[in-house]
Each structure stands twice: as structure tokens, then as C-alpha cells.
Design a protein around this ligand. Sequence first.
Ligand code: ASP
Length: 379
Amino acid sequence: MRADRPGRVVEGPGLGSRVSSPFSSQAFSKGLFLLLGLLLAGAAPAPATAVQADTLDLPRVHVMATGGTISNTEGDRLTGEELIRSLPGVDTVARLTVEQISNVASGAISLEQWLQMARRIDDLFSESEDPPAGVILTHGTDTMEETAYFLDLTLAQCRPVIVTGAMRTASMLGADGPANLMNSVRLAVHPEAREVGAVVLMNDEILPGREAAKVHTSRTNAFVAHGAGPLGVADPDSVVLERSPPPRTCGTPAFDLSGLESLPRVEVIHVHLGADGALVRAAVEAGAQGIVMASVGRGGSTPAQSEALQQARAAGVAVVRSSRTGAGRVPVGSGGGEGGPGALLGAGDLTPQKARILLMLALTRTEDPDELRQIFRTH
Ligand code: ASP
């Protein structure tokens, strides 16, 4: 079934559910049984939620479905509701609610949707009645590392926000989606995960949103946490958090999205032998406020690109040099002070796509080269 009703919230598989039979015939018969008992005893019919009293003690976990391979079947996409139906036994772990944000490949998720997602998640955690213990975002794997880092930087709350997906479609042999989703539910309700923040969970590993990276096109172990390693694992018997994410102030986002309707334009440009300055100039002409170079080695570009970058900086464009190698650091302070009002700095250990996110958010606050450098040192 295709999802065409973004933002609709329903309750899931028999978990404090007012929607019974499509999700859990077991819960439905249990409810019917209790209801009959009450009627026979002459009591007024109980509200549906009271019928499910035995599940109300379970924590609520809210699933936001966006699409991706986890939803894909032959020629169709499953909805979030359908995804959570594929999780036998989940009703002993949590009460699920589900919401369809979109049902698209992750390359189609827009920056405006990022802003909406971050606001929606913070609103969910601020609900006065029955706020979720955690939020799970089902997401295509191609760009989930970007969404996870964006949320890491913009959510006020530290509560678990687990970005998960699948490398194999729902109709392939050995589909990994149900296990990834079930593990995400287990993590969301884990007492030690209360302040884990935005993470990626794939292939039984819990990866920090900042470092999570997709490094393979098809295998189920496609994700690593560059330079950091996993925060923990979801083993069959228990979820184990081996280390905590870096401390942060819960309740205050690293970057406040209040009043923002869009993000500054920042482009990523690849360095390769023979590259001229045409793409750098095109980015400036298109209105880029920042350019992230996917540089060779520790920040190098071709002479023609370097010249075009000087001109970009003279026009006030901020330039960040990251590395196309996929690992290691480009020192943040490697920029030098000359070349115009536009900053020049290194991305530290951020990959080009992550450096772009940090630069977009940083530019909502400042264009000052020293302040930008400080932001890159501390995020
Ligand atoms: N093309 C898919 C996406 O939406 C890939 C995936 O989910 O694995 O990112």
C-alpha cells in the first residue's frame, strides 16, 4: 500500500492500541473478552484504552516512517503501519504509535522536511500526556547518516531518536528491516538509552549520529562509525550500551531552529585531478553561502580550484576543506586568515556530507571565521 497521507498518526500493533484487528488479533480477542466480562457484570462499557490496561504500563515508542529500502517490496512500498506489523512479540516490549512522514527513497528527503522532523520530534517529547520514551525514524540508508547528524545537532531533547532502515528490501530473502526495527524498539525503551540522543541502528550496532557512515552499497554490514566505533550492540539476549555519547546539555539544542524556514545553501564539490574552477564558480553564482570541498588527502585541491576558492572567499563565501578519503582529519585551523571575508577552515574528522550539515547550521548563526572554526572544533 502506498502512503499518501503524511503526518497521520495511528496506534500500532496491539500496544495500547485503539486500532485492534488489523494489527493484533490476539489483542483484539483479549479486549473483546474483557469487554464481555464487564457487560455481564453490569458495568458500563470501558473505553478501548482501559481494555488494554495490561499494556498501558509499557513505554510508548513513536515510529516515524519516511520510506527507503526497509519499506520496499516488489513494485510497492510498505507503510509504517505495515512495517510494525512485521514485528512479532513487540507488544511485550512497547506500545507503538506510528506516523507516515513520507514514503520515498532517502535521496528525496528535503531540507524543509528535516526542519519539520526535528520540530515534530521535540514536540513529541514535550507532550504532557504520555510522551514517547523514544522515537524511531525509518529511513532509506543512502542518506540516513545525514539525517541522524542533522537531528543530533538540532534536537533539544537527548532522548533516543533511532534512525534505522534496511539494506535488503522487505521481499528479499534475509530481509534485515524487521530485525533492525525490533532492535530499535528495544533500544528506545532501554533504561540506559534515555539520553543516547540521535543514533543509527543497523546490523545490530548502535552508531553515533555524528560518526555513522554508509560504506558499502549493498551489504547488511554497510555502516560504520568512523573513528569512534559503535556505542553498543543489540544482541539477541539484551541491548548493551558499551559507552555513552559525548556529554551535552539536554533541553538545549546545539543549533536552535526557531524561526528558520530554510537553511543556507552549501554545496559539496569533489577534488580530482584536472578539476578546474568551473563548479566552484557555479556554486557561488547559484548563491552558495558555503562550499565544502571533498578534498584529496588532508585538504588539497587543484591549483585551478584553489584560485576559484580564493575568489569565492573574496565574495564572502565560507570554504571548508574535508577529505574524500573517508577517514582521518583535516585540521580545523588549517585555513589561514587571508583571502577575503569568507572563512577557510578544515572539517576535522567530518566527512564532506557531514561537514556540509554543520556548515549550513553554523551559517545560520555566524559568518565570522573564528566563530566558524570554534563551531567546527566543538561539534
Ligand atoms: N535507495 C534506498 C534509500 O532510500 C536505499 C536504502 O534504503 O537502503 O536510501
